[in-house]
Design a protein around this ligand. Structure first.
Ligand code: GLU
Length: 428
């Protein structure tokens, strides 16, 4: 099947159903947990700079809030679908549960392309989104954060609108805010660093020295950049990275056999991750087709871009040298690849464990906002490392003990925690 034929919601439900069968989950719990508990669909009229009004479609979905307020990002994406947001809301619930933070799962999105909108238009869109959903979000109900193509500035406009409507200061209502405006130090780095904390632990269990490894990365947005930075700092060599080029509407892979200088690569990208090809060539990179990121002779693959990137067709290109697959993106691998990953004996760090660093730091941001006292960056990152390493060890140990696939082991832990919370509340 082609990438666009995979529906992420079907993927998320298939993964859930598989594990629900394995653990013999109660029938009512299955019905409760395999779908979102609440969905909001709405229109957002925005006055554009040319004086015309454009109407955007917005969504916010709460999958489950048994363990705490729903939590999850808001995406801006011209190709956004309701099923993608549903899937992502499920994955947020499992993500918060696997790292054991007291939050549930939610997700939101607006069908739009911020790359073609002025800052004023983006601000009016953010405020319009909040006007439609203000009464169903907030620190006690549902806490949004940045996601694909949204950033701290968007979050601050949203928070300002929320506080204006609610009449007070509620810094814990939205996370991923700029530092100095209720944001946490380390939030920018958190997701990418979290990916590498789990990678580091995976390599330890395999007795592989990180400084002797090579990696190929898909994506060069926030997650990929900070994963690449920390991996390089720990001595790893990034041979290749692929990023979307918004002018050419295709992706390119940038490869350098001796290793890419991530700092320099970051200097030649725009805020959406598009890398300047000419400047990359001047840095000694080969510029190749973006799909080739998966076919490199490396030890580690880091998909840190989008859903449905690893399908049986693309999996067939994976080199025999690959030992570890760390899913920095949400849902990068389709379920029909899971048997292939097992058969090839690749060590998998599944998405909702691997990329949980972002939401873990969002939780720290809320805690700091509630105390009105902010920790130094080292303290945030130390706490983040501890949370990620603890979660990784629990999943790894369960997988080893019960001879489970890593994705299934992560699901067993997460589903059991959420099902238990729902049961204790008397929901089934
Ligand atoms: N959007 C990020 C994720 O998918 C972070 C969510 C959050 O901080 O709430 O995990």
């Amino acid at each position: 099947m082609k990438e666009e034929n995979y529906n992420p919601y079907v993927t998320a439900q298939t993964q859930f159903d598989n594990v629900a069968n394995q653990i013999g989950l109660d029938q009512s719990a299955r019905e409760l947990l395999r779908q979102p508990s609440r969905e909001y669909h709405f229109t957002i009229p925005v006055k554009m700079d040319d004086g015309k009004t454009k109407v955007f479609n917005g969504y916010r979905i709460h999958h489950n809030d048994a363990r705490g307020p729903a939590k999850g990002g808001i995406r801006f994406d011209p190709n956004e679908t309701i099923d993608t947001i549903r899937a992502l809301s499920l994955w947020m619930t499992w993500k918060c549960a696997v790292v054991d933070i007291p939050l549930g799962g939610g997700k939101g999105g607006i069908v739009c392309d911020p790359r073609t909108m002025s800052l004023g238009e983006q601000e009016r869109l953010c405020r319009g989104y909040i006007r439609q959903i203000a009464r169903s979000i907030g620190p006690l109900q549902d806490v949004p954060a940045p996601d694909v193509m949204t950033n701290g500035q968007h979050m601050l406009w949203m928070l300002d609108e929320y506080e204006t409507i609610m009449g007070g200061h509620f810094p814990g209502a939205i996370t991923g805010k700029p530092v100095g405006m209720g944001g946490s130090l380390g939030r920018k780095e958190a997701t990418g660093y979290g990916v590498v904390y789990t990678l580091r632990e995976a390599l330890k269990t395999l007795n592989i020295d990180i400084s002797k490894t090579t990696a190929s990365i898909q994506g060069f947005g926030n997650v990929a950049e900070y994963a690449a930075r920390l991996y390089s700092e720990l001595g790893g060599t990034v041979i290749a990275l692929a990023s979307w080029d918004n002018t050419d509407k295709k992706s390119y892979m940038f490869r350098k056999a001796g290793g890419l200088d991530i700092e320099k690569m970051a200097e030649i990208k725009d805020s959406y991750g598009t890398i300047d090809k000419e400047k990359a060539k001047a840095l000694g990179c080969e510029v190749l087709d973006g799909d080739e990121w998966i076919a490199q002779d490396v030890d580690i693959l880091l998909p840190c871009a989008r859903e449905n990137q690893i399908t049986p067709a693309t999996f067939a290109k994976i080199s025999d040298t690959v030992k570890v697959l760390c899913e920095g993106a949400n849902g990068p691998t389709t379920p029909d690849c899971d048997p292939l990953i097992k058969a090839k004996n690749i060590y998998l760090v599944p998405d909702f464990l691997c990329n949980a660093g972002g939401v873990t730091c969002s939780y720290f941001e809320q805690v700091q906002c509630n105390m009105n006292y902010f920790w130094p960056k080292e303290e945030v990152l130390e706490k983040l490392d501890f949370k990620m390493t603890t979660a990784f060890s629990a999943v790894h140990n369960l997988a080893k003990e019960k001879k489970l696939y890593m994705r299934d082991a992560a699901y067993v832990i997460a589903i059991n925690r959420v099902a238990e919370a729902a049961k204790l509340r008397g929901w089934y």
